[in-house]
Design a protein around this ligand. Structure first.
Ligand code: MTE
Ligand code: LUZ
Ligand code: MOS
Length: 764
């Protein structure tokens, strides 16, 4: 099943927000933002800017008719700064004018005096100063304190992981028009139309039914539009509401990179204990999350970090503590993996360091500790249909892991300046929003009198192919050709109270809702068919290939004719359905429960080659055995896996997000922030489907695919680290992700380079 969207993307025919035709007189908005990371606003003078030709209005917090608040989990983020600023790029005023250039030119004419205060950019410093977003969160299993004494090896260390820019192709954008009755309609590039609706209604002081949000598709979200599209939608909504005219805002790439939050950098300490056979007995870890200046989704991300602190391993004694630290960076936010990758990296560092001390390969410890059936996670859930070992052993066999390891060490013994490295990376990712309440979705299905079908859901199409999957569900329930099914825009008037399309659960949740809604109509049609065919038992009726069958034989009655007949007999051809994930619960007070519908597993093997003179490297191969369940669309799912792997490798290797001690991003352009390009992709990439999977929790026995494969990318870090170690066994580097060529060079020759004064800038 191909994804029809792709054809339109390639032809340039797909529409994105900025392609929507707008009425004449549409205004453009831009923001005047803080240039300092922490300070008190002394004065603001907008008169010169206001008189600039083409400017209609400059809006400050005083003009907000409702509440100046966009926080969702916690109410700690103003839409427009009032008296204080907390990060560079924080909006202070909105400029509205006749075109996109005019508002930007006028922004430079605003005079704002800010008394600078010392900012915090380091999460550990924030922790020390008591700047926590929420109280410390702890997950524990067994008893760590008493377990250490049974350990033959106890290894301690720390690990750093950097942020990551989402780099969705379509930048943050929104367009609002005033509608009759004092309401507004917002077109937004958001993963969460309901968040946009609720927050904008609050800002405007309107009931939610006066704010309609419509989303056609996103040019990528990757989590960056789960919460942070809301600010830009609220800005255009506010401007449009005040001026009673359509207002559009589209950020440039540079603005988007400067103003918006990223993946959270983490700084962590760990202690791991193993017995003499290499079984992990205890793990104690502290995570310091760099949350940025407001809570955004940080508490939920922090929690997912804890949920994934032992990756795909069984550890009987665990204590994991997590701190969400308030700093003066733009609020960090959801990013594919949602705190999971950060946690899994730390555990892999612990294994890697332990292996080095024990004089064995890390893969020995990995294999020795993989989750088994009915093992307990630190949050009390037991594994079920656990595929940690099946994926590991299939990868090991299919990709000749033992032979490849030998080939790598052979290569290394023969080559002096070029070294190879290999690493395995198993993953385990929990599927469901960890906030149980969010695991709901609904669908609205209409069958029109010509037999064509319209489907609305809460799912947002952002390139991941969810619309195609929804079409497949409807077409398959009705047994009609997929061309008869259309997926509508995601719209809060048609589908209310939507959860964000996130947590990889878009297809799972919305697919089930579509299935339910279609089945309701299907049952009506089956009963109706039975009545017109004069059959008593409607179970004898089935649908196949756009036709009605009786006892498995065709009746000559076509879908289109059936629908028209049903309409004439006043049969209801529309249905709405609501789905909730069954049997999930989580008690926040004890941090125990059954939060996930199921887990996704897999194992990747990554091989790299490092030029040990220059520190540069290339990816030779990435091979994974992934647990797809029974894929609904192997083409889409494979492409999701490959894309996620490259995004994960980018995070682990070349994507380095730097900021200075004054809270200013140093990498807010594409000339300073490196993302993997086509030349960087491995020469060989293979994603195999795990054989013999019997999983059956999600729609049509499929499994969520969006986020889990990103975490294979962590393996690239260790493959490179291993290559470096084989050049310089004494290399005793800090675990600091991403492992950029710069860091590789410093690990290889840092002592000499520093001594010769070549390097002053690079610290790690
Ligand atoms: N794939 C593309 N092409 N673009 C995206 O923005 N977002 C990812 C993933 N794959 C994304 C993507 C993220 S962060 C999530 S949570 C899932 O898609 C969301 O979609 P799903 O729930 O339908 O898998
Ligand atoms: N968003 C959220 C998420 O609100 N809760 C989650 O558990 C989650 N997980 C992954 C990505 N987004
Ligand atoms: Mo994805 S981080 O759940 O949007």
């Amino acid at each position: 099943m191909k994804n029809y969207d792709w054809i339109n993307h390639v032809k340039g025919e797909s529409k994105f927000l900025d392609d929507l035709p707008v009425p004449e007189g549409t205004l453009h908005a831009f923001v005047f933002t803080s240039s300092v990371a922490k300070g008190k606003i002394k004065s603001i003078d907008t008169t010169t800017a206001e008189n600039y030709p083409g400017i209609n209005k400059i809006i400050t917090y005083r003009d907000i008719p409702g509440e100046n608040q966009i926080g969702t989990i916690l109410r700690d983020e103003p839409l427009l700064a009032e008296h204080e600023v907390d990060f560079i790029g924080q909006p202070i005023a909105i400029l509205v004018g006749t075109d996109a250039d005019v508002v930007r030119e006028a922004a430079r004419l605003i005079k704002c005096e800010i008394t600078e205060l010392p900012p915090i950019v380091d999460p550990r410093e924030a922790f020390e100063k008591g700047e926590l977003i929420i109280p410390p969160q702890i997950f524990s299993l067994g008893n760590c304190e008493t377990a250490w004494q049974n350990c033959a090896y106890v290894i301690e260390g720390s690990a750093e992981s950097g942020g990551q820019e989402h780099l969705y192709l379509e930048t943050q954008s929104a367009y609002s028009i005033p509608v009759e009755g004092g309401g507004i309609k917002i077109f937004s590039s958001t993963q969460s139309p309901t968040a946009v609706q609720r927050v904008t209604a609050g800002v405007l002081g309107l009931p939610m039914h006066k704010v309609e949000v419509d989303v056609l598709r996103l040019g990528g979200g990757f989590g960056g539009k789960e919460n942070q599209a809301t600010m830009w939608a609220a800005i255009s909504g506010l401007a449009s509401f005040i001026l009673k005219l359509p207002v559009k805002i589209i950020l440039s790439r540079h603005e988007d990179m400067m103003f918006t939050g990223k993946r959270h950098p983490y700084s962590s300490d760990y202690k791991i204990g193993l017995n003499k056979d290499g079984k992990i007995l205890a793990y104690d870890v502290q995570f310091y999350q760099n949350a940025g200046a407001a809570s955004d989704l940080s508490p939920a991300i922090l929690e997912r970090t804890l949920f994934h602190c032992t990756n795909s391993y069984f550890v009987p004694n665990v204590k994991a503590t997590a701190y969400s630290c308030r700093t003066n960076l733009p609020p960090n936010t959801a990013f594919r993996g949602f705190g999971g990758p950060q946690a899994m990296f730390v555990f892999e560092c612990a294994i890697h360091k332990a292996a080095a001390q024990m004089g064995i390969d890390a893969s020995v410890i990995q294999e020795n500790n993989l989750l088994n059936e009915s093992d307990e996670f630190p949050y009390g859930q037991l594994t079920k249909n656990c595929m940690a070992q099946p994926t590991w052993y299939q990868a090991k066999n299919d990709f000749d892991f033992e032979d490849r390891k030998k080939a790598v060490s052979n290569f290394n013994s023969k080559n002096k300046l070029v070294k190879r490295g290999i690493a395995a990376m198993p993953i385990c990712f929990g599927i469901s929003f960890t906030n149980t309440m969010l695991n709901q979705a609904s669908a609205l299905v209409h069958v029109y009198t010509d037999g064509s079908v319209s489907v609305s859901t809460a799912a947002i199409e952002m390139g991941q192919g969810v619309n195609m999957k929804m079409r497949q569900v409807a077409a398959s329930i009705f047994s009609i050709d997929i061309s008869k099914v259309k997926i509508e825009t995601t719209n809060t008037t048609r589908i209310a109270n939507t959860s964000p399309t996130a947590a990889s659960s878009g297809a799972d949740l919305n697919g089930r809702a579509v299935e339910k809604a279609c089945l309701i109509i299907f049952e009506r049609l089956r009963n109706f068919s039975a009545s017109i065919l004069d059959v008593e038992d409607s179970n004898k009726i089935s649908f196949k290939d756009d036709s009605v069958y009786l006892d498995g034989k065709t009746t000559g009655l076509k879908w289109n004719d059936l629908i028209l007949k049903a309409y004439l007999k006043r049969i209801n051809l529309s249905s709405h359905a609501h789905y909730i994930t069954p049997n999930i619960h989580f008690d926040k007070s004890t941090s125990k429960g059954n939060p996930f519908a199921y887990h996704v597993y897999g194992t990747a093997i990554i091989e790299v080659e490092v030029d040990c003179l220059r520190g540069i490297y290339k990816l030779l191969s990435v091979k994974a055995v992934h647990d797809f369940g029974k894929s609904m669309s192997p083409v889409i799912d494979r492409s999701q896996a490959e894309g996620a792997i490259m995004q994960g490798i980018g995070w682990a290797t070349v994507e380095e997000l730097l900021f200075d001690e004054k809270g200013k991003y140093l990498t807010d352009t594409l000339s300073t922030y490196k993302v993997p390009d086509v030349h960087f992709t491995p020469e060989e990439m293979e994603v195999k489907f795990l054989e013999n999977n019997t999983h059956s929790e999600a729609i049509f026995n499929s499994k969520a695919i969006g986020e889990p494969p990103l975490m294979y990318g962590i393996g690239a870090y260790f493959a490179i680290a291993n290559a470096v170690k084989s050049f310089k066994t004494s290399a005793n580097f800090r675990y600091s992700l991403p492992i950029t060529p710069e860091k590789v060079l410093m690990n290889l020759h840092g002592d000499k380079l520093t001594a010769s004064g070549i390097v002053s800038r690079i610290k790690s």
